[in-house]
Write a protein that binds this ligand. Structure first.
Ligand SMILES: Cc1cc2nc3c(=O)[nH]c(=O)nc-3n(C[C@H](O)[C@H](O)[C@H](O)COP(=O)(O)O)c2cc1C
Length: 171
């Protein structure tokens, strides 16, 4: 028996995953990230197999992570987590800069870039093992946890996405 309430006890942060589709920046929200080694510095990322960003990471073998702060605008999570880069240029809707030619959010707590060295596909997800190519500490503040999202932040994210769709529909 697998009780998800037990699995939710493993703390996870929230990140904007950035990648490139040709010259076009793409991205999604991810929580499934952990530091996996310190020699070389490496991390593990798990992407949903339906994610367009996952397909771009698989092709280009590199990605960025922006570590989200607790005070992030809920729209950032809605923008990157509720729609697909297949049809939308998500980075056009936020300010961004680049690290190692990959998009990162200026309001993040930290920016990380990594290159994929191995991967394993489950039915639902693909796990990427990646060597860290850069890690910069932007500012010190509390990070947004997946638990914060599930407990309360999700309502604000849904509201901001509904508002965004209304504005987009009304031109
Ligand atoms: C709180 C939250 C956590 C998420 N965690 C992950 C994750 O760990 N891995 C993943 O691939 N998708 C995750 N997603 C889903 C993707 O962000 C979402 O499917 C996104 O629309 C994919 O966009 P893309 O098609 O442009 O890649 C999460 C979404 C939310 C809102």
């Amino acid at each position: 028996m697998i009780d998800w309430n037990a699995l939710y006890k493993i703390p996870l942060g929230l990140y904007v995953l950035g990648a490139k589709d040709g010259n076009r920046p793409v991205g999604s929200i991810v929580d499934a990230v952990m530091i996996a080694a310190n020699k070389p510095c490496a991390l593990v990322l798990s992407c949903n197999n339906a994610s367009y960003t996952k397909a771009c990471v698989e092709k280009r073998r590199e990605f960025s992570l922006s570590v989200l702060p607790k005070d992030i605008d809920p729209f950032v999570v809605a923008n990157f987590g509720f729609q697909s880069s297949k049809n939308i240029n998500k980075w056009d809707c936020v300010n961004f800069s680049e690290l190692n030619n990959l998009p990162v959010l200026p309001q993040a707590l930290a920016h990380i870039t990594a290159k994929v060295v191995s991967q394993y596909a489950f039915e639902s997800n693909t796990v990427f093992i990646a060597e860290i190519t850069a890690a910069e500490n932007v500012r010190d503040a509390a990070g947004l946890l997946y638990e914060d999202y599930r407990n309360s932040f999700k309502d604000d994210v849904i509201k901001s996405f509904q508002q965004h769709i209304k504005e987009r529909t009304n031109g």
